[in-house]
Design a protein around this ligand. Structure first.
Ligand SMILES: Cc1cc2nc3c(=O)[nH]c(=O)nc-3n(C[C@H](O)[C@H](O)[C@H](O)COP(=O)(O)O)c2cc1C
Length: 147
């Protein structure tokens, strides 16, 4: 099986997002675990950024469901690409609240000419923060953080 990862940004329904997250994340973890999907969901207080990894057969139908989900808007797919190994092995869906990521997310979301390099940099930046925190043992493992 060829592993792929996909990365998108969207705009959350700001006032309802905390309530939505409490139902989205536990269900997503169950589904993703069953389908061999791992990933990270970042909420910056306004936007969602999500990286998902797995087989294309599992990812594509999930992505179209997420894109059609009315709990967010402006779903903007940035890339889907093959990967050699998972970045979020063992995390059915890590969750983290990262207000400090907002500026970078807005820059990529608002640029009509968003290029692949910028998108990859943003995905790496979001993931790096998590790994550093996990390594230093602060805030626990992101995969266990509650929305
Ligand atoms: C920002 C966001 C991220 C989501 N991430 C996932 C996910 O990783 N896995 C998942 O199964 N559902 C996720 N969902 C929920 C799906 O959009 C959808 O509600 C779920 O797959 C159930 O589909 P159904 O309502 O058509 O049965 C997410 C929703 C939102 C708004």
């Amino acid at each position: 099986m060829v592993l792929h990862r996909t990365f998108y940004l969207s705009v959350a329904h700001e006032t309802d997002a905390p309530v939505h997250l409490r139902s989205i994340v536990p269900r997503a973890r169950e589904f993703n675990a069953r389908c061999g999907i791992s990933g990270l969901l970042v909420y910056d207080g306004v936007h969602f950024a999500q990286i998902l990894e797995g087989s294309l057969a599992a990812l594509l139908p999930l992505l179209s469901r997420i894109a059609a989900d009315r709990r967010h808007t402006r779903f903007t797919s940035l890339f889907t690409e093959p990967i050699a190994s998972r970045g979020f092995e063992g995390w059915a869906l890590g969750y983290t609240h990262r207000p400090q990521a907002r500026q970078d997310i807005v820059r990529v979301l608002d640029s009509p000419l968003t290029n692949y390099g910028e998108a990859v940099k943003l995905a790496r930046h979001l993931a790096d923060g998590i790994q550093i925190r996990t390594l230093h043992g602060r805030g626990g493992v992101a995969g266990e953080q509650q929305p």
